[in-house]
Design a protein. Structure first.
Length: 134
């Protein structure tokens, strides 16, 4: 996804941003690329303007490193201490322990541990029936 498509046009201040000519780097999602992206953001002269622009976006903005943070870090930043009770195991856990829902950008009501266990059970049931697993 291009930056212009992600944020709906390139603002004037972006021409002074250090990431302005590094589109190929920002397309990469590897840990090394993300670390390099964050390092570039840390030295950027327009980082505050970028942070203000991201704060004005709904649902944490695009899935890009912006203002030195990944989308998950931006979303979880305000929710570090938020908790939710799992509908399956009834344990109270940090919100980041619940998987994201793709359809509305929210969080599941079942924790990651319970979700993974349910998927393992489904795969085991398919194996016993002789079906192919994903």
């Amino acid at each position: 996804m291009s930056l212009a498509k992600a944020i709906g046009g390139i603002p004037r201040w972006h021409w002074d941003a250090l990431c302005g000519t590094k589109g190929k780097l920002w397309a990469k999602k590897t840990a090394a690329a993300i670390a390099e992206q964050k390092q570039i953001c840390g030295r950027c002269p327009v980082r505050q303007k970028c942070a203000d622009a991201v704060a004005a976006m709904s649902k944490g903005g695009p899935d890009l490193v912006m203002a030195g943070l990944t989308r998950d870090e931006r979303l979880d930043g305000d929710l570090v201490f938020a908790e939710r009770q799992c509908n399956n195991c009834t344990q109270v856990k940090r919100l980041s322990e619940f998987p994201r829902r793709a359809r509305d950008n929210g969080r599941s009501m079942r924790c990651k541990d319970c979700t993974n266990a349910a998927h393992r059970e489904q795969n085991d049931a398919r194996k016993t029936r002789g079906e192919k697993t994903r």
